[in-house]
Design a protein around this ligand. Sequence first.
Ligand code: P6P
Length: 335
Amino acid sequence: MSKIRTIQQHIHDQERLFPGATGDFTALLTSLVLSAKIISREVNKAGLANILGETDNINTHGETVTKLDEYAQQTICRAIGYSGQTCIMASEESEDIIPMPAGSKRGKYVLMFDPLDGSSNIDVNASIGTIFSIHRKVSVGAGDGSLEDCLQPGSRQVAAGYFIYGSSTMMVYTTGDGVHGFTLDPSLGEFLLSHENIRTPARGKIYSINEGNQQKWDAPTRRYIDYLKQDEKEQGRPYSLRYIGSLVSDFHRNLLKGGIFLYPGPKGKLRLLYEASPLAMVVEQAGGAASTGTERILDLQPQSLHQKVPLIIGSKDDVAQYEQFCKEALATAGD
Ligand code: P6P
């Protein structure tokens, strides 16, 4: 008989992994879960309410902000800003770091997030998601955090995960003790444990990449994708192409079924701090891997808040195979 566990109970149990835990971590994640329930409610009725479509705002990356993007951003900032558990925040939708509201208690955690990734898919009813990364404050003294607290390698994250707003709303997260999935029961308003200790297959049969960018790919990527398409049944090829164009959706499918997601270089499109690093922690905790093609994502020292990075992420053997193609290209170039 499967256990009934809520996310609150699970977070409370996870807190015991933290030396000197004071309940602050539980309070932070509880506030994040609350904001996701509010966002989920709005996403699921977006077609009805007048919150589809675009605002007149352009974000820090020159992208048009949708009404739901803005709603998600504000919801998270209001829920976390007054939780008293964070000293600084950063978001894809904010050019600069986000200080805590005047007069609110400052905490020891740093929260970085993409409030609604894949939001261009909202008006076609494709799944979208919220991605979050949690670090501890490292700058000297209590009180307000700084950019230094945000620019930490992903290996220092204390927790990471995402919410996916799809046929159901799920939360998938890790605190370094495995990866666990919870499904929202709207009738209870509770996230219930549905995927305990997720392990991603060592090798998949799915590859996810925007084939429309083929002319921009470097040689190792072109050779690798051609390799995946070869008709070699006994080696499990060809792979199938699955690409929704919503990072959380493509990542979540591959996490459960196995496979590899690629948004290759030279610069990439995806952001290190609040997309690549948190998903890299999740996938490594599930037995997978995350790389730029030549470096482990979690080892990268961030240089700027919205730094882009090539992202190759998913099944361990598939990522290693891509890295081998890159290594061979570098060796040939060096000859
Ligand atoms: P492209 C959505 O806009 C997003 O940021 C990610 O969710 C997704 O993986 C990627 O961009 C898709 O980018 O260039 O293939 O449309």
